[in-house]
Design a protein around this ligand. Structure first.
Ligand code: FES
Length: 80
């Protein structure tokens, strides 16, 4: 099963060093790029990660990045 493409661009979010976040991997959350529980009943689970520095981060919303939760530019190669 493929994740839903929430958006074909990253979300710029302000992260706090040492804080734990839950990144949406299914693409169905309405709180992109974070999990809102919408994955329930699917094979997807959120990806927990801890920010290693404070400041703005570009988090993947196309859900196809190889460097999740971060955008790696893969969204530019996706078909419509
Ligand atoms: S938004 Fe997914 S790789 Fe950029």
């Amino acid at each position: 099963m493929k994740p839903v493409i929430a958006e074909k661009k990253p979300a710029v979010v302000s992260l706090t060093e040492g804080e734990k976040y839950f990144f949406c991997t299914c693409g169905q959350s309405s709180k992109q790029p974070f999990c809102d529980g919408s994955h329930k009943g699917s094979e997807f689970t959120p990806m927990a990660f801890t920010a290693d520095k404070s400041g703005d981060a570009y988090l993947c919303q196309c859900k196809h990045s190889a460097k999740k939760p971060y955008c790696d530019g893969t969204h530019k190669k996706l078909e419509d």
